[in-house]
Design a protein around this ligand. Sequence first.
Ligand SMILES: [Zn+2]
Length: 419
Amino acid sequence: MRPIVDEAPLGLVRARWRRHPRHRNRNRFRKRKRKRKQKRNGGTTMRTDRSRRLEADALPDDAEFALCLTHDVDRPYKGLRGLYYATQERPGYHLRTLLPGSNPYWQFESIMELEADLGVRSAFYFLNEQHLLAERPVREWFSPSNWVQHLGRYDVTADEVVETIRALDDGGWEVGLHGSYHTRDDRDRLREEKQTLERVLGKPVAGGRQHHLRLAVPDTWDHHRSIGLEYDASLGSAAECGFHYGYRPIRPFEDNGSDFLVFPLTIMDQALPDPGTEFEAARRTCERLLLDAARNDAVMTVLWHPRYFNEREFPGHRRLYRWLVERAAEMGAWIGSPGAFCQHLEGEIEVEAEAESDADAELDARDDPEVTPVTGSKADSDGKTRPARETDPGGVTDAADPTESEPVGTDSPTARGES
Ligand SMILES: [Zn+2]
């Protein structure tokens, strides 16, 4: 990672710090990141602050803009839904594809090949719905909309899905959570779905998107954050493309010192003109949004459902997706998954915080005689000694100015936890 502040003169670092005197208090509640860092550094505390995080919002690799690629895995099997299509059009084809062994919605390998060919990686969000008869309350059995939801349900612990999830992860794709229909208001259910997916994946998931973009703002994000997710990508429209929620990811809980990120959705495949019949119109819409993204250093997030990659059933969608990625690359975009984007930000934050931590340790040594070096000291080039480590970055300032205390809110370690 490119060190940004490492080479900054000490005066500059100090001036920035002076402009944001509250940061020491904010930092006290940024436990999670700090703990990880502490572990790596063998117990050293670190600092991040709001100003640092804003500065760290630089796009990866000095890109013109960022394009985040995502796929919601809703119905990997054509299954019973095919019966519905069979009554509408091309009945012979749709009935044939219901035969065992023929599965036109199973597009994982083909998407992986396409993206590997393009040199990009995306995120796949897996749905983990409850079984309507086995797990949902009886009153819900009688709602037709619940049956529509239920048709085509898949099991993330089924052998072929487990294998797929692991193959995606091995290949560098992001595997995320597609929170099921009822989880918008159900933190416990959301946590269960996340835990099941993580058991399959063998590691934590960073984020995902709610099925049908069903969000209660900000409650659903609070659920996400409290169960340990770092981001959500549900904010958007299934009917309209565009930057309706701004050009950059949003931090809804920034005032609580939380880094939780929201990636607004720019394009959902079904909101475009049908590329099967109006390819040029669909391409022009994408082009307009790419140019808009480049003009505004945007983070543009797109959703292509895996079944749309079947050119026979959904002509034009795969071709358009390829065009979009190639055009974005041509325009100098960083292209990847939202999780990879978060990792980039985290890397930038930590690089900056490391530099700041060193610089602040030096400042503390000069300004605050109370700070005690705990792991020894080392000589500067000018012969003076300074602490190499510090014990509590917030303590001295807190005591000096009690009015600066930050609301702990739901970002306290207990509220964040899995209890
Ligand atoms: Zn969905």
